[in-house]
Each structure stands twice: as structure tokens, then as C-alpha cells.
Design a protein around this ligand. Structure first.
Ligand code: NIG
Ligand code: FE
Length: 422
């Protein structure tokens, strides 16, 4: 990518800056820092100035690229803080099972679900994994996502977990979307360890975590804490070992039934707990007390045909910082679009548009430890921005099921124009 041109976006009908000091919670989530008739000055890949009205003129040079923001909404580049980006194959054959009401965990117990994607992922070469994930990243980018968290967890053996994490690194280095890696060897117990859970946990703790650390292939470690997958004790053990080895921790908690995952996230002061559809009030309070970010995944509730969505309103009331993500994966949320997630967050989670945009920008940045660099449109931050063909923020969420992206700017470069990759 060449040197980014100095660029000014002016006359922006709705400039949603999401500015703020660190993670937003409670009523602060309603502050999206909206400027009507705003402008943004971008220089050398960074945001140089943000303001209102004609103020851009003092920055304007004849050589600048000027973009007109009339009729548009401009937001920070969207941040997808929970995905399973790298995997092989797909699982559309599960649709009839879903409709016959076979439970997600029952499909897994019968050797399907995650384990079916594990078979495909083990069989794929690193190059095949990169190719397949690259397609997803292209879609994410054209839908406005500029940074993504990507979990391993379809290997469940040392070799394949490493292959997935190396794919993350290759992808990060070869296309515009930034990738933050999470090691998730504790995504399920593989078939070959069905009768020896202890052996698999030891493999994670004694071999996988040290090897991933040694090659510096992941910043975070995550564990699927769920009835029928890893219980509270096992999760505590795995994540304690991960922390001791230098990983920051996250957990998939209370996705289908409550096993006390939210409480554990609080106790362990995890960076984030994710899903939380069945989280108890005590668990939410423990999260609030320990500043654990809730990453909510409403398209997953929809896709699992769960009877309810996570209780976002209660979490916000209790002061839990809320982020939103796609959970992009082959089983429970095969979508790359954070725009769809935003609409589901509105109607399923009853979140307000201002809360939603903070949840896919600044709060999502906090959930991956990148809030100093990205997540808001403020002078000094990376110039990652999206220009949406939407006259205001509400419209962006209201008009759904289509891609409203007009332009994506990544590190100051235009990477999507007219909705198409450049
Ligand atoms: O977040 N819950 C665990 N992991 C994914 C689903 C993975 C899969 O079904 O392939 C999730 O929902
Ligand atoms: Fe997930």
C-alpha cells in the first residue's frame, strides 16, 4: 500500500465520532459523539483533525483529496471483536437438523457441529485455510469492518491449532483488515480424547499454550465454558494456566445454559465474556464490578433459534460495558456483516442506535486492547473510517439486510469505493 494521500471528508450529514476516554458503560453508551455537518482531516494514515462546518478550510491544500459527505453517515471503522474467521468447509447440511429441533450441544455430542468443522480444518492445508478466510475478510471489509479478532479452535490438536494461528498471521500481513489472534484450543474436546478429557486439558496447558506463546501467535486465550463442553473448574484451570503463561483472557460464557461463566469472568477479571444469553444477574454484577466487557452476539441467538437474546438492557443498567460482534463461524453465525448484527442488536437486544455504534467501535476496540489506536474518530488515531450511504445513524440500522457501505478508509487509504473493493 502506497503513502496515503491527505484527504478531507467535509459536509458530513452525520459524523459519528464515538469519542471517549476508554470503555463506555451505563448512560455513557448513549454518547456517540455525533457532529452534524462535520468534517474529518486525514493525513499520513492518521486522523489529523475533526470538526464542524467550514472549519476544514484552514486545513485545505490544493493537492488534498476532498470527499463530499452530504447525505452520508461516517463512523469509525467497525471492529468485530469475536469471530472464528479461519476454518474450512461449511455446515449448511445442519439446517434440517436445526429445523427438527436437534439441540446445538446434542449435534456436537454426536460428533457433528464444531467437530465436523474440525475434520474439515484438519484436512485443509494452510494455503486453503488462508484462501477461504481471505474471502470472508474481503466481505468483512466491504461491509465496513477494519479490524477483527480471530480465534483458533477448529484444530484441537497442536499442529492444526498452530496452522490456524499462522493463517491469521499470514492474513494480517497480506490484506488491509487488521487481525488480533486468540488461541481457543479449548473450543471442544476432540473425538480422540472423548474418554480422556484430562489428557486433552493437559495437552492444552502443557503443550499448546507454551508453543503458541513461544511463537507469539496469539495475544488472548479463550475457553468455551458451557454445559457439555468445558465446566467451570476446567475453564478456571485452563484460563489460569493461560494467564500464567502471558495470555490475556476471554471466555465463551453462558451461551445456551448458565453454568456460572459470567461469575467466573468477574472472578478472573477476564478482559471479556462473550455470548451471555443465559447469564445470571449475579454474574452480570460480577462482570460490572470487575469491568469485564460483555461481547454480545445477537445473530447467534437468532441462528440457534434460542428463545431469548442476551439481556443487554440489564447489563447496561448494571454498568457492564457492552460490545457487539458477528461470531462469524460455520455453525452458529455464518455472516461477515456487522451491519446485520447492528439491526439484530436493535430489535433483539433492544439497544439504542448510539449504544450500538459504540458497541461495534470503541467498546469493541477495548475488548481487544486496541482503544489507544482505533475505535473512535479523534485526532491522533489511525484513519480507519467508513462512509455509509445513510443520512443518519438511525437510518443505518433501520434499513437492513443490504450493504450500506459506500467507502472504507483503512490507515488513510481508500480500500472500498462505491461499495466495491479497490
Ligand atoms: O461462538 N460456541 C462456540 N463456538 C462458536 C460456534 C462454533 C461452531 O459451531 O462451529 C460460537 O457460537
Ligand atoms: Fe464464538
Amino acid at each position: 500500500m502506497g503513502i496515503a494521500m491527505k484527504t478531507i471528508i467535509r459536509n458530513i450529514d452525520c459524523l459519528v465520532t464515538c469519542r471517549g476516554e476508554g470503555v463506555k458503560k451505563g448512560s455513557d453508551m448513549m454518547d456517540a459523539g455525533i457532529i452534524n455537518d462535520g468534517y474529518v482531516v486525514i493525513d499520513a494514515g492518521r486522523i489529523a483533525a475533526v470538526g464542524e462546518g467550514e472549519g476544514y478550510r484552514e486545513h485545505l491544500k490544493p493537492s488534498d483529496l476532498v470527499i463530499d459527505g452530504a447525505g452520508k453517515t461516517v463512523t469509525p471503522g467497525l471492529i468485530d471483536g469475536h469471530t472464528h474467521l479461519v476454518y474450512a468447509g461449511s455446515r449448511e447440511f445442519e439446517l434440517p437438523l436445526k429445523l427438527a429441533k436437534v439441540g446445538y450441544i446434542d449435534i456436537l455430542k454426536a460428533g457433528g457441529g464444531i467437530l465436523s468443522s474440525v475434520r474439515d480444518t484438519r484436512a485443509a492445508s494452510r494455503e486453503e485455510l488462508v484462501l477461504q478466510a481471505r474471502k470472508r475478510l474481503d466481505l468483512m471489509l466491504t461491509h465496513g469492518t477494519t479490524t477483527v479478532e480471530s480465534k483458533s479452535g477448529y484444530g484441537l490438536d497442536l499442529e492444526t491449532e498452530m496452522k490456524m494461528l499462522r493463517a491469521n498471521r499470514l492474513l494480517n500481513d497480506s490484506q488491509p483488515v487488521d487481525i488480533v489472534s486468540t488461541f481457543m484450543g479449548a473450543h471442544a474436546v476432540p473425538q480422540e480424547y472423548k474418554e480422556d478429557r484430562e489428557g486433552y486439558i493437559r495437552l492444552i496447558v502443557e503443550e499448546m499454550l507454551p508453543k503458541v506463546r513461544e511463537e507469539n501467535l496469539a495475544e488472548f486465550a479463550d475457553c468455551f465454558c458451557e454445559h457439555g463442553v468445558f465446566d467451570i473448574e476446567e475453564t478456571r484451570r485452563i484460563l489460569t494456566a493461560a494467564r500464567a503463561q502471558g495470555f490475556k483472557i476471554k471466555l465463551h460464557a453462558d451461551e445456551v445454559v448458565s453454568t456460572g461463566g459470567a461469575e467466573l469472568a468477574g472472578e478472573m477479571k477476564a478482559v471479556s465474556a462473550e455470548h451471555l444469553v443465559a447469564a445470571s444477574q449475579e454474574g452480570m454484577k460480577a462482570m460490572a464490578d470487575n469491568n469485564v466487557i460483555a461481547i454480545l452476539l445477537p445473530t447467534t441467538s437468532f441462528y440457534l433459534m434460542l428463545e431469548k437474546f442476551a439481556d443487554a438492557r440489564k447489563m447496561i443498567e448494571l454498568g457492564v460495558p457492552v460490545a457487539l460482534a458477528t461470531d462469524c463461524n460455520p455453525g452458529t453465525s455464518p455472516t461477515e456483516s456487522l451491519q446485520i448484527v447492528m439491526t439484530y442488536a436493535c430489535f433483539g437486544l433492544r439497544m439504542m442506535p448510539e449504544e450500538i455504534i459504540n458497541a461495534v467501535t470503541l467498546n469493541a476496540a477495548c475488548s481487544i486492547g486496541r482503544e489507544k489506536e482505533i475505535g473512535s474518530i479523534e485526532a491522533g488515531k489511525k484513519a480507519d473510517l467508513v462512509i455509509f450511504d445513510a443520512k443518519n445513524l438511525n437510518y443505518l440500522i433501520y434499513h437492513f439486510g443490504v450493504n450500506a457501505v459506500d467507502t472504507v478508509i483503512k490507515d488513510g487509504n481508500i480500500v472500498v469505493k462505491g461499495g466495491l473493493k479497490c
